[in-house]
Each structure stands twice: as C-alpha cells, then as structure tokens.
Design a protein around this ligand. Structure first.
Ligand code: ADP
Ligand code: NI
Length: 214
C-alpha cells in the first residue's frame, strides 16, 4: 500500500465528516487513525493498510450512512479513484466491514490490521472523550440523559442495539461502553482500555451521587 493514499484518505474524510456534530466528526476519524497506527506499530501490523482502513472506517457506517452501508459505496467511490488493485480494494473493504460494534453480533476481525482499527475505534468510545461522545450522540438522537424508570438492556444483538431507541445515554454505558474493555483484541489496547474504563466508572459514581443528592 503506497503512502500517498493516506494523504488522499485524510482529505476525503475531512470533507466527508464536515458539519457532523454527533460524536462522529472528522476528529473522531483522525484519532482512530492516530491510535490505530500506534497500535499497529506495537503489534507489527501493516501500518499503511491500517491507516487507510482507519480513515475510511466510518464513511459507510450503518448508523451514519445506512443507505451505503451494505455495499460500502462511499469507501468504494474513494478507492476507485486511487491507484490500487482490485485485490487491495477488496482487502480494505473486507477489513472495514468487520469493525463496527453490533452487540453480541460484533465480529472479531480476521486480520491483524482490522483488529488494530477496531480497538482504536472502541478506545475512542471510552474515557473522557468517550463520555463526551456518548452525550453528543444521545442528544443528536433526542435521547434522554438519564431516566430512573428506564433500565439498561443486557446482551443485545446487532438488530436490538441499532433499534434500541428508547434507552438513555447513561444506560449506554451499561449496554455498550463497559463491555468494551474485555472485547479488545490487542494487548496494547487492553492496557489503554483499563484506565479509560476506570475513569468512566468514577464518572458514573460521581454522577449517581449528585443525581441522588448525596
Ligand atoms: P462503532 O463505532 O463500533 O460503529 P457505534 O456507532 O455504536 O459503534 O458508536 C459510536 C459512538 O457513538 C460511540 O462513542 C458510542 O458511545 C456512541 N453511541 C452509539 N450509540 C449510542 C447511544 N445509544 N447512546 C449514546 N451514545 C451512543
Ligand atoms: Ni468510529
């Protein structure tokens, strides 16, 4: 994989996510790219392939772009303009198709590069940034911040996860975010995830103290 495609993918992602305010802005993609490269270096994966997949990982996301998510039209449109073989294109699309969180239907990526991108994407859902993104996303979908009457749902499959419209953002911590630490693929990501997971638990401890007026 030539490195010029990375610069092109950076530009493409920057234009693509312009104006997005639901926690999936360009800087999410940029952090996933940076973190995925860092993990790939540690894990001896193909760094350039990891970088391109990280930069394209959300352009056909089923929540953000449901109409292109089946065939990855946006990623394919970009790749068609690059000087790469059909084999390389299919490899990239194959990797991207395995990244997304789908509850109990989530896939373990077959390639080391896919594992690095998936870990980087999930790390960005954790910690201080993860908390901020969750509340941004919740607000963008008109979700309540918290409601003691609505309980979290456990062990959701992909369908239930996407259609779980009535839940709250605080429930999202139990429905997804606290599960991620144990779903990391690489040792590098597991270590980072532990600290971020603890930070989110501390955040919710304080949150419930204040909610209960203690
Ligand atoms: P992935 O990045 O694996 O495709 P998602 O699209 O489910 O996973 O999540 C992307 C981001 O949106 C994460 O930061 C996640 O916490 C946030 N998010 C997704 N669903 C919800 C939700 N129901 N409530 C709050 N935040 C959410
Ligand atoms: Ni993402």
């Amino acid at each position: 994989m030539k490195s010029e495609i990375i610069g092109n993918a950076l530009e493409f992602a920057k234009k693509f996510f312009e104006g997005s305010a639901d926690g999936h802005d360009f800087y999410h993609t940029f952090r996933v790219y940076k973190t995925a490269v860092k993990i790939a270096e540690q894990e001896n994966a193909d760094v350039n392939l990891t970088a391109v997949c990280a930069l394209l990982h959300d352009v056909d996301d089923r929540k953000l772009s449901p109409q292109t998510s089946e065939y990855f039209d946006n990623a394919r449109g970009f790749l068609a303009l690059q000087n790469i073989s059909a084999r390389e294109t299919e490899k990239i699309i194959g990797i991207i198709s395995e990244i997304s969180f789908k509850g109990t239907d989530s896939l373990v990526p077959q390639t080391l590069e896919g594992k690095c991108v998936q870990d980087a994407d999930r790390l960005d859902a954790l910690g201080a940034v993860g908390i901020a993104r969750a509340f941004c996303y919740g607000a963008s979908r008109n979700r309540k911040m918290y409601d003691p009457e609505i309980k979290p749902v456990s062990d959701m499959n992909g369908e239930q996860y996407v259609n779980n419209e009535n839940s709250t953002t605080v429930n999202h911590f139990y429905e997804k975010l606290f599960l991620l630490k144990d779903m990391m693929n690489t040792e590098t990501a597991k270590k980072i995830a532990c600290g971020r997971d603890k930070f989110m638990h501390d955040f919710l401890d304080e949150f419930f103290k204040e909610i209960n007026c203690k």
